[in-house]
Design a protein around this ligand. Structure first.
Ligand code: AMP
Ligand code: MG
Length: 630
């Protein structure tokens, strides 16, 4: 289920708005419409439905709300935000309520998404936005935004009980709940417009900060996370498996849990070269050194069956079974004195139990050694081998077909006619799919011609689990592809709030010959890679039945990056150890979506979140490491 379908948006327009005089803030004209309508437009893509809480001018609000309800407070004579929240929770038909004030026309497009992520991560009832803001140029302070909140609808009884005590303050109510605070970098996105002067100022010439906060993406562009969710929800693992000799299973997806048939290690053994003895014989505090007689020797693979008596020990090698009666091993370098057949030990050299590895310490017989869905790496092969298992069941390889589209494309070996480019996408796709462990079907270049495209899709749908195309999905180009895909499948054309990689087609191709998932990636060489990693890769992994997440870290950005909120940007970077070993990242020069060099020089992608504004040099940014990706 998508997040959007779980969220109802509540616009709080019920307050007094005294700072603007007795005017109704939400209805103030702003950039060719009203403030509340801006809020509505920004909330709508994040929620299944909207409700407006207003206590005056209900018909005007209803005109803005359209089908959505406009509800006055349930509680009389109290116009604070908690009364609005109460009616919002009473109405809320979904499990979550997202609130925003009617005078915040720049609110983040990923408000719900980010609040929800924190709510889940922290098992909270409420998630609130926090920004850093400096008053009059002073040190930035944490600023809580209690009216930008995501709440569980199940909180209503708690709110009713709180209001019944006569209490009215939102902040104090939150104090009684489990609250997740979510830091947003773009303080301007939460700016509300408090005075008529401010309103006019924004209206006439947006202040520089407000201009920076204006969304870069179109209001109907889909957030990346939403597209990822929709795609992943539709994917199911393929059922077919095969059994392979262990070595051939490298990089394959484990199809069944591996249960250990034995204890690993199978017997108690020594972690060191030294002397196995009975801990009870060690000298006590203040007692003189004790000299043990060495009565035998235990090698790895050649156990010693003698049982030492008091004052006796056995010379032992690493990995050798602990001899009967012994419970401790003195490493040879800790002996006070060693003679031909005696060893002298001082008090405190070791404790009882030292250097003894227990049977089953690594893995217990009957325990799960590796979980289904794991992509088998070298350590996993070793682990399976340590159990004495020589064959494993893995998922069959996914069959992925791919082709490039475009009249301007030339294959390697062809001469490059005027206005043409060599087809590079088929090589990056080949590499990415091979690394992912797919069986690939290279369909070559398909001309920008409806019949050729249809033929290619029909042919591949018979052979492949998934088809990846590049090019031909941008708005102009997509016109004819849309018709074909409507005929032979069920494919959506999305405009995503991201850069690079704005257009994406996703859906299913169904012909008499078979069906396959289609990922129509954009044509630009960097966009193709970024969209592959963000959308196709997780979907293909899911089809492969694999469990895999990408390593994400934070690094200090050594340079300023210009960015407008409203879309997620993926910039290519080089992460390295900075001063004191702290990770730092710089960009790889020009970031155009056709400049593949930016990708080859990079070792990571800098992810600038949808709501994020420009980054100043020295700020921390999210970084997606290529390790594991390429
Ligand atoms: P399209 O999405 O088809 O409009 O293509 C966008 C840009 O990407 C155009 O400049 C294309 O020439 C370029 N392009 C598309 N496919 C490829 C390809 N397979 N290899 C290299 N460049 C491509
Ligand atoms: Mg094209």
């Amino acid at each position: 289920m998508s997040l959007k379908s779980k969220v109802t948006g509540l616009i709080l327009a019920g307050g007094r708005g005294t700072r603007m005089g007795r005017v109704d803030k939400g209805l103030q004209p702003f950039r060719s419409t009203t403030l509340v309508e801006h809020v509505m437009r920004r909330l709508a893509p994040q929620a299944a439905g909207i409700v407006i809480n207003a206590n005056r001018n209900l018909p005007q609000y209803q005109a803005v709300a359209g089908e959505a309800p406009v509800l006055p407070d349930y509680l009389d004579g109290f116009e604070g935000p908690l009364a609005g929240l109460q009616i919002g929770l009473q109405y809320c038909p979904t499990e979550l309520l997202l609130t925003a004030p009617c005078d915040s026309p720049f609110l983040p497009a990923d408000l719900a998404e980010r609040l929800h992520a924190a709510m889940l991560a922290q098992d909270a009832d409420v998630a609130l936005a926090v920004t850093m803001e400096s008053e009059d140029g002073g040190e930035p302070q944490r600023q809580l935004h209690p009216v930008f909140a995501l709440l569980k609808a199940s909180l209503l009884p708690q709110l009713d009980a709180y209001l019944a005590t006569g209490a009215r303050r939102m902040e104090s109510w939150y104090k009684s709940l489990r609250v997740a605070e979510v830091m947003f970098n773009d303080a301007d996105a939460f700016r509300n417009i408090n005075t008529l002067a401010e309103l006019q100022q924004h209206e006439r010439a947006p202040a520089p900060a407000a201009a920076a906060a204006a969304p870069a993406g179109e209001p109907d562009a889909m957030p990346v996370a939403e597209a990822q969710r929709i795609i992943c929800e539709r994917m199911t693992p393929i059922a077919a498996t095969e059994t392979l000799p262990l070595r051939s299973a490298l990089d394959r997806v484990l199809a069944e849990d591996i249960v250990s048939p034995i204890n690993v290690p199978a017997y108690d053994n020594s972690a060191m070269d030294g002397y196995a003895l009975r801990g009870a014989d060690l000298p006590a505090a203040g007692a003189p050194d004790v000299t043990f007689k060495v009565i035998g020797i235990a090698y790895a693979g050649r156990p010693c069956t003698q049982t030492p008596q008091a004052g006796e020990c056995i010379r032992i090698m690493t990995g050798a079974a602990i001899p009967p009666g012994c419970d401790s091993v003195l490493p040879q370098e800790l002996a006070a004195h060693i003679c031909a057949d005696t060893v002298t030990i001082a008090h405190g050299a070791i404790r009882t139990g030292a250097n003894r590895r227990f049977a089953g310490e690594d893995l217990k017989a009957g325990g799960i050694a590796l979980v289904k869905g794991k992509i088998l790496r070298p350590a996993d092969l070793g682990l399976v081998a340590s159990l004495g298992i020589g064959e494993v069941a893995v998922q069959r390889k996914l069959r992925v077909a791919f082709f490039s589209t475009g009249d301007e494309l030339r294959s390697l070996g062809d001469s490059l006619d005027e206005g043409c480019v060599y087809d590079s996408n088929r090589y990056t796709l080949f590499g990415m799919l091979t690394r992912l462990g797919c069986e690939i079907i290279d369909m070559g270049i398909v001309r920008d011609d409806p019949a050729a495209l249809e033929a290619a899709l029909r042919e591949t749908s018979a052979q492949a689990d998934a088809i990846i195309t590049s090019g031909g999905v941008s708005e102009g180009a997509a016109d004819y592809t849309r018709d074909i895909l409507a005929r032979i499948g069920d494919v959506a054309f999305w405009k995503l709030a991201m850069r690079p990689g704005r257009p994406l087609a996703f859906g299913q191709i169904r012909t008499e010959a078979g069906s396959a998932w289609l990922f129509g990636l954009p044509g630009n060489p960097v966009a193709v890679m970024v969209s592959f990693y963000l959308f196709a890769r997780p979907a293909l992994l899911r089809m492969m039945g694999a469990q895999s997440t990408l390593p994400m870290m934070q690094a200090r950005c050594t340079e300023a990056i210009r960015k407008r909120p409203g879309r997620t940007e993926y910039q290519r970077g080089i992460v390295s150890a900075g001063a004191g070993g702290e990770p730092q990242v710089r960009l790889t020069g020009a970031q155009g979506s056709g400049i593949l060099r930016s990708m080859t020089e990079a070792n990571c992608i800098v992810v600038l979140r949808e709501a994020q504004a420009s980054v100043a040099a020295g700020e921390m940014v999210d970084v997606l490491l290529f390790d594991g990706l390429v």
